[in-house]
Design a binder for this molecule. Structure first.
Ligand code: ACO
Length: 425
C-alpha cells in the first residue's frame, strides 16, 4: 500500500500512505491544502497522527502497551523505574555499568538550590501540589540555563528527573506544615521520595519494602502512554523551541485536568461519595448514563483502549496484594470492585466499550500507602516525567520537525464594517 486517492469536488488527489512498524496505516495529508485548498477536520484529534514516534506502542483494541517494544506486563513484573527511565529516554535498557552511572547521577542531582526553598514560603497553605509542581519545574529554568549542546541538555534532563521528586515531596511537607526532609544519597529513587514524604527530623523513617515496591510498580505503569493530552502538550510547547522545563511544566498542567491525570483524585472522591450515599452502585451508574447529568464514572473509559486497559488490570491485582501486605482494610476497594462489576454488565458501558482505566485502582493503592488524595496527580506526573522527556527529545531531534500549528474551520462572522461606538444602538 503506497498511496490513497481522495475525490473532492470531481478532482482526484493522491495521498501518500505511511505505515508504522506494527502495521498502522496513516494517510499523509500534509500537502493536501497546497494541492486542493482543503484541510482535514478532526476535533479532539481522535483520528489524527501528529507525529511518528518510536517510543511507545498501544493497541487499544487488543489492550496492548509496550515501551520501546517491551510489554508492560514484563516491565511491571521485574524492572526498576530508574531502568524504565533510562529505556524511555535513551531507547535501550541499560547495561549494569550504564545503570550504576545513571542511578548515581540521578541521586547526585536530587537537591534543589537552597534559594528555591524560598518559593515554597510564598504558596498558600491550601495550594494544590500540582500548582506547586508545575510552577517549580518552570522555575528550574531560571537556575539552569537553556542547553545549547547535547551534554548540557543531558544534564538538564538528569536535573529535572532528580529534582522533580524532591519538589513533589517538599510540596507535600509544605501542605502539612512540616519541615522539609532533604534527599538522602544512600537511598534508591523510590526510597528517597518516600523518605522525603514520610520522615520527620526527630524520627528516622525506615522505608518499608512493600511501599518501595508499590511505588515502583505505579511509576513504571505511568511512565509513558504515547500521544495523550499532556504528552502532546509537551510536544506542542517544545515545538516552539521552548526549553525543557517550560515544556514539561505545561505538560504537568495538562495532566492536572479531571479527564486526564486528575481523574485519580476524582475516583477516590467519587467512591467516598458513593459510600456515604449507601453504596447504591446502580444509582451512580444510571447517573453516569444520563446525558442531562454531568456525572461520569471517573476512572472509566479511554480514548484509545476499547478493551481492558492493561495497566488497570495490573493495578487491580496489586491493590489486593498491597493492602493485604500493609494490613489495610479499605472499604473503597470493595466499592470500586462492585462498581466495576455493575458497570461492566450494563449495556451502556458494554456498547461503548468503557472499561476501568489506569486511574480507577491507582488511588486505592496510594491511599493505603499513606499518600494524601491531593498528591495523587503529582504521583502520576512523577511517573510520566520520563515519557514526557523522551517525547520532547524525539521531537527536538527530528530533522523534519516543525512548529505545531493546526488549522481550523472558521465559523464566525464574515467581513463587516466597523461602526463607531456613538453610532451603535
Ligand atoms: N462515564 C459515562 N459515560 C462515559 C464515560 C464515563 N466515564 N466515558 C465515556 N463515556 C461515554 C460518553 O458520554 C460517550 O457517549 P455517547 O457516545 O453516547 O456520546 C461515549 O462514552 C464516548 O466517550 P467520549 O467522551 O466521546 O470519549 P473520549 O475519547 O472523548 O473521552 C475520556 C475519553 C475523557 C477518558 C472519557 O472516557 C472520560 O471522561 N472518562 C472519565 C474520566 C477519566 O477517567 N479520565 C482518565 C482517562 S485515563 C488518563 O488520562 C490517564
Amino acid at each position: 500500500m503506497s498511496s490513497a486517492k481522495l475525490n473532492l469536488d470531481g478532482s482526484e488527489y493522491e495521498l501518500p500512505v505511511t505505515v508504522g512498524s506494527e502495521g498502522e496505516v496513516g494517510l499523509d495529508i500534509s500537502r493536501l491544502r497546497k494541492q486542493s485548498g482543503a484541510i482535514t477536520f478532526d476535533p479532539g484529534y481522535g483520528n489524527t497522527g501528529s507525529c511518528s514516534s518510536s517510543i511507545t506502542f498501544i493497541d487499544g483494541e487488543k489492550g496492548i502497551l509496550r515501551y520501546r517494544g517491551y510489554p508492560i506486563e514484563q516491565l511491571a513484573e521485574s524492572c526498576r523505574f530508574t531502568e524504565v527511565i533510562y529505556l524511555l529516554v535513551n531507547g535501550e535498557l541499560p547495561t549494569q555499568a550504564q545503570y550504576q552511572e545513571f542511578r548515581e547521577s540521578l541521586t547526585r542531582h536530587s537537591l534543589i538550590h537552597e534559594d528555591m526553598k524560598k518559593f515554597f514560603e510564598g504558596y498558600a497553605i491550601t495550594a494544590h501540589p500540582m500548582a506547586i509542581l508545575s510552577s517549580m519545574v518552570s522555575v528550574l529554568s531560571s537556575y539552569y540555563p537553556e542547553a545549547r549542546d547535547e551534554e548540557a541538555r543531558e544534564l538538564n534532563i538528569i536535573r529535572l528527573l532528580a529534582k522533580a521528586k524532591t519538589i513533589a515531596a517538599f510540596s507535600y511537607k509544605k501542605s502539612i506544615g512540616q519541615p522539609f526532609i532533604y534527599p538522602n544519597n544512600s537511598l534508591s529513587y523510590c526510597e528517597n521520595f518516600l523518605n522525603m514524604m514520610f520522615a520527620v527530623p526527630a524520627e528516622p523513617f525506615d522505608v518499608p519494602q512493600v511501599l518501595t515496591d508499590a511505588l515502583n510498580l505505579l511509576l513504571v505503569l505511568h511512565a509513558d502512554h504515547e500521544q495523550n493530552c499532556s504528552t502532546s502538550t509537551v510536544r506542542m510547547v517544545g515545538s516552539s523551541q521552548a526549553n525543557i522545563f517550560a515544556s514539561i511544566s505545561a505538560g504537568i498542567n495538562a495532566l492536572w485536568g479531571p479527564l486526564h491525570g486528575g481523574a485519580n483524585q476524582k475516583v477516590i472522591e467519587m467512591l467516598q461519595r458513593i459510600r456515604s450515599d449507601g453504596s447504591n452502585y446502580k444509582k451512580y451508574v444510571d447517573m453516569a448514563k444520563d446525558k442531562d447529568d454531568e456525572f461520569r464514572l471517573m476512572g472509566f473509559g479511554h480514548r484509545v483502549y476499547k478493551n481492558f486497559d492493561p495497566r488497570a488490570r495490573l493495578l487491580k491485582k496489586s491493590a489486593d496484594e498491597v493492602l493485604e501486605k500493609l494490613g489495610v482494610d479499605d472499604p473503597l476497594l470493595e466499592i470500586a470492585k462492585n462498581l466495576e462489576e455493575v458497570a461492566l454488565e450494563d449495556g451502556y458501558f458494554v456498547e461503548r466499550k468503557l472499561y476501568p482505566n489506569v486511574d480507577f485502582y491507582s488511588g486505592i493503592i496510594y491511599r493505603a500507602m499513606g499518600i494524601p488524595t491531593n498528591m495523587f496527580t503529582v504521583m502520576f506526573a512523577l511517573g510520566r516525567l520520563p515519557g514526557w522527556i523522551a517525547h520532547w527529545m524525539e521531537m527536538r531531534n527530528d530533522p523534519h520537525g516543525r512548529i505545531h500549528r493546526p488549522r481550523q474551520i472558521y465559523t464566525g462572522q464574515t467581513e463587516r464594517k466597523f461602526v463607531p461606538i456613538e453610532d451603535r444602538d
